[in-house]
Design a protein around this ligand. Structure first.
Ligand SMILES: CC(C)(COP(=O)(O)OP(=O)(O)OC[C@H]1O[C@@H](n2cnc3c(N)ncnc32)[C@H](O)[C@@H]1OP(=O)(O)O)[C@@H](O)C(=O)NCCC(=O)NCCS
Length: 169
């Protein structure tokens, strides 16, 4: 099991993931393929976004893949926080492929993402989830999250906010 960066060789797998995801809003949004005429165009836009383009802050995206080259999950790591991310989004967003849920993969994704945060130089990582997202809250708590004050976004959704200290272990 390892993190790999999105590239053309993952197109088929990525498209399958999106199909299994269904009509709901893609999480993290940086993996949404809607509106791109080709996968190459998606990758180009992703590179711009990762470099911090327009409203986007620099970020890095990974797939979690297994030994059969199957994408199990996705993660987007923001290198910085702006006001929006500080209040609602946090540093890290992740998802797990629907049929692969409840097998510990999100807990592993966050653990691996925290190691990447350390490399980026983030000492304390903010991770958030919707109030009713019990699975995500558990993933964060499994990784040492300490709860801070919640925030309510413009749609009235309460976001629980957790800080995770990045240790050397
Ligand atoms: C939330 C999500 C990432 C969890 O992924 P996952 O791989 O199923 O999580 P894990 O297997 O690591 O589960 C961690 C814990 O949460 C529990 N859990 C997972 N989903 C749950 C659910 N829907 N309801 C209750 N508990 C749940 C697991 O049983 C496990 O409990 P444990 O630590 O006591 O054993 C996944 O459901 C998902 O992709 N959801 C849509 C996107 C999303 O919400 N992303 C998070 C944005 S903040």
């Amino acid at each position: 099991m390892e993190f790999v960066r999105p590239s053309i060789e993952w197109e088929r797998e990525h498209r399958e993931y999106v199909e299994e995801w269904g009509p709901a809003r893609m999480v993290p949004s940086s993996f949404d393929l809607a509106g791109f005429e080709s996968y190459e165009m998606y990758l180009e836009a992703l590179t711009k976004r990762e470099n911090g383009h327009g409203k986007w802050l620099p970020c890095t995206n990974y797939f979690l893949v297994n030994e059969n080259h199957r994408i199990l999950g996705m993660v987007d790591i923001s290198h910085e926080l702006n006001d929006f991310l500080f209040r609602f989004g946090g540093h890290i967003g992740y998802s797990v492929r629907p049929p692969e849920r409840r097998k510990g993969y999100a807990t592993l994704i966050l653990k691996l993402a925290l190691a990447k945060c350390k490399d980026i130089g983030i000492n304390e990582c903010l991770v958030t989830c919707d109030e009713d997202n019990i699975g995500s809250a558990k993933v964060i708590l499994n990784n040492g999250g300490i709860e801070d004050q919640s925030e309510t976004d413009i749609d009235g959704i309460v976001k629980r906010r957790f800080w995770i200290k990045i240790t050397n272990s």
